[in-house]
Design a protein around this ligand. Structure first.
Ligand code: SF4
Ligand code: SF4
Length: 172
């Protein structure tokens, strides 16, 4: 089997979320790079090998998942898939022809990321690249599982937000 991680990196090598190469970091002061040592980007299976000997990164485990901690600065060419795809995410769905991928806003960024919060239209090439990366990742059962579980988390976030909204409406 081809290296799915290598293929996913290649798919996302030269795209950015917004059209005309606009830097979305200028909308928010690059908030998604300002996490603390307690934050981290989830690594797909097999991706950790790229960072194991890099002093700029630390890998820690949480609930059986590997998380990558960075210093808040990086060489864009080495950043992980989570950062390359953010603020979008590839979610798998089943069809008669097998597993397909659609691209959604990463709802974990709802509070902090203006692209997610304001539903800013992404560059179509970026969406296509995230879909392709997701298609490569889905070839590996472990990475397919990670994408499915993350999609389930998005569903929970939507449901939680709807509950809060309806409660707020009732109380006002
Ligand atoms: S992805 Fe969102 S949070 Fe990150 S730099 Fe772009 S606009 Fe800011
Ligand atoms: S690895 Fe790079 S792109 Fe990703 S959060 Fe850290 S500084 Fe930002």
């Amino acid at each position: 089997m081809r290296d799915v991680i290598e293929d996913a990196y290649s798919a996302l090598r030269s795209v950015t979320p917004l059209s005309n190469g606009l830097d979305c970091g200028k909308l928010c002061g690059s908030r998604c790079c300002k996490g603390t040592a307690n934050d981290g980007m989830e690594l797909f299976r097999g991706e950790e090998k790229r960072f194991e000997n890099d002093p700029d990164y630390t890998i820690r485990e949480s609930n059986g998942r590997k998380l990558l901690i960075c210093s808040g600065r990086c060489d864009r060419r080495s950043r992980p898939l989570a950062c390359r795809m953010y603020p979008f995410y590839p979610v798998p769905y089943e069809t008669e022809d097998g597993t397909k991928i659609r691209v959604v806003y990463d709802l974990r960024g709802f509070a902090a990321c203006p692209v997610v919060r304001d539903h800013i239209r992404p560059d179509a090439r970026f969406v296509q690249a995230v879909r392709l990366a997701g298609t490569y990742l889905a070839r590996d059962p472990e990475n397919l599982k990670i994408m499915r579980e993350t999609n389930a988390l998005f569903d929970e976030l939507v449901s939680f937000t709807q509950t809060i909204r309806s409660k707020t409406e009732k109380d006002t």
